[in-house]
Design a protein. Sequence first.
Length: 21
Amino acid sequence: MMATRSLSDDQVRDNKQRLGS
């Protein structure tokens, strides 16, 4: 459960930066 949440946060941050911020 916790691992999933951590992964989601990491992916979200990577996605935001990858989008070109």
